[in-house]
Design a protein around this ligand. Structure first.
Ligand code: NAD
Length: 487
């Protein structure tokens, strides 16, 4: 990687402090940043460079996955950080920023690159991109790139409009849309694991797989984000982006040593093969849920509509479960069940693949409860477990579940943001959402948004601290399946 200026909008925000600075620090420790790498943090308040560096130091002390105890390397890291005042709407601030960037670049020499990272609310994406273009900031000597966070649009139309605006200032190749689930090591492992292990590769199709279950459960409620969340809900906040990305990553079949373009082309194909849902069919394939009062980890929890800032008559979805079908030769007939929600029993993101059991009808009911499962634990634990059925040596004639386990320690493994920032700096878009994927995801979700807006599907309730409404279990029972690992 050549000398690069990392221009960070929203430098005083939560995401920057919790994720971006710690990620940069760990990349620095691993010698993965160029020696002429510099960061210009931007915010509305006047902050001196030294005060900004002190804030970055606090952030890495609080949030870095590795201990911060070597003061020489901390000083070396902080040297790269500068701060500039910038209000998103003030055109003259961009011109001052350009002067500062050019000063830094003059010191670097060569043809430095510019990476613009937008860690700000989505309402600012468009004005920032256009101001970058008009101020001349976009005319880098080397490459220029734009990194943006979710949410990308509020529905299909707003996403299309936003993309059109961004494309006036940046080409698709220059836009890196972060979906931080794609940076998680286990998610990056999904296709490789299947592709490089002939045992799994041979089984990865509708002949052997009964169904796929993707769960992302949170135990927290709306926290301080009531105003935001009540207009968004689980469908927009989690399902349209993270959950559909997990489905794509699991379902793609890639040739060996695929390029980034091939990865993204294959993901697009998966989305194009998803059987579309008509608005009238939403009620049969999607479960909309909202939590009521309950108990989480032994403590009482309020119901959603009793949370501060949430209207008493809110119909917002805090839980979604859906049944999806991919109409291609590998997956036809294999239901993909996806669920995500707040105030669930367990904080966990995982994918469970249930294998078919051809001899099932010959075995006893108890044995039927021990399926062959392949489990990808994505967060907070990271690991892979294969559950097989084996003879129980202590009870003659009986069977038990045998587990082959592999788990990693979170200290050793780079965080999602480390992987993603590194890839963006190196121009590798494999694990970023291409516009095609974003648009197709919104297209698939739009009939559900319409049905929810019209209130034409039921809103089911579930007690906080459970795995969602009973109707979500029913969705699987209709196909003779049930959610595994709910305990
Ligand atoms: P935040 O509210 O903590 O920070 C927003 C930043 O924007 C602050 O630095 C603020 O000073 C700056 N800002 C606001 N108005 C501005 C203006 N007019 N001019 C210049 N700067 C301005 O938000 P956050 O949690 O850091 O999230 C940033 C973005 O990342 C949001 O789009 C959010 O949806 C997304 N995101 C956040 C997380 C997370 O974990 N926090 C996760 C995924 C996505």
């Amino acid at each position: 990687m050549e000398a690069t200026t990392f221009v960070l909008f929203g430098a005083t925000g939560d995401l920057a402090r919790r994720k971006i600075y710690p990620a940069l620090y760990n990349l620095f420790l691993d010698h993965k940043l160029h020696h002429s790498f510099s960061v210009i943090g931007l915010g509305r308040r006047e902050v001196a460079d030294e005060a900004f560096q002190a804030m970055v130091e606090r952030s890495i002390r609080d949030f870095s996955r590795r201990e911060v105890n070597d003061s020489a390397s901390v000083r070396g890291f902080l040297k790269a950080f500068r701060y500039n005042v910038l209000d998103v709407g003030h055109t003259e601030d961009y011109l001052k920023l350009l002067q500062r960037v050019e000063q830094l670049e003059a010191d670097m020499g060569g043809s430095p690159n510019r990476m613009f990272y937008l860690s700000v609310g989505p309402e600012f994406f468009e004005p920032i991109a256009l101001n970058i273009k008009e101020s001349g900031l976009g005319a880098a000597k080397g490459w220029k790139r734009l990194v943006i966070e979710k949410p990308f649009g509020h529905d299909l139309q707003s996403a299309q409009e936003l993309n059109l605006k961004l494309s006036e200032a940046f080409t698709e190749d220059e836009i890196f849309r972060i979906d931080h689930y794609l940076g998680k090591p286990m998610v990056q492992e999904l296709d490789v694991f299947q592709q490089t292990n002939p045992v799994l590769h041979a089984l990865w199709n509708n002949r052997y797989i009964a169904n796929v279950q993707i769960t992302a459960g949170e135990t927290v409620g709306v926290e301080e984000r009531a105003g935001y969340y009540d207009h968004v809900g689980a469908l927009r906040d989690m399902f349209q982006n993270h959950m559909l990305q997990l489905l794509m990553m699991l379902a793609i079949r890639l040739p060996k040593d695929s390029t980034a373009d091939e990865v993204r082309f294959k993901k697009k194909e998966v989305m194009e093969s998803l059987e579309p849902l008509e608005e009238a069919d939403v009620q049969f394939n999607v479960i909309r849920g909202q939590y009521t009062a309950g108990t989480i980890e032994g403590k009482p929890a309020l119901g959603y509509t009793a949370e501060p800032g949430i209207p008493a008559d809110s119909q917002n979805d805090t839980f979604i479960a859906a049944r999806l079908q991919i109409d291609d030769p590998f997956w036809k007939g294999v239901p993909f069940y996806i669920r995500t929600g707040k105030r669930m029993k367990e904080k966990s993101t995982r994918i469970v693949i249930e294998f078919k059991e051809p001899l099932k009808q010959n075995s006893s009911a108890a044995e039927d409860d021990i399926p062959n499962l392949l489990v990808f634990e994505i967060s907070p634990n990271e690991g892979i477990t294969l559950q097989l059925k084996a003879r129980d040596p202590q009870h003659k004639g009986k069977f038990k579940a045998m587990h082959i386990d592999f788990h990693t320690s979170s200290i050793e493994v780079p965080e999602a943001y480390e992987n993603l920032i590194y890839d963006a700096l190196h121009g590798d878009p494999s694990f970023f959402a291409h516009w095609n994927e974003v648009e197709l995801s919104w297209k698939w979700v739009q009939p559900i948004l319409n049905a929810f807006a019209k209130n034409s599907v039921p809103l089911y309730h579930y007690a906080a601290g459970t795995f969602g409404p009973a109707e979500s279990d029913q969705l699987l029972a209709e196909n003779g399946h049930h959610w595994w690992l709910d305990s």
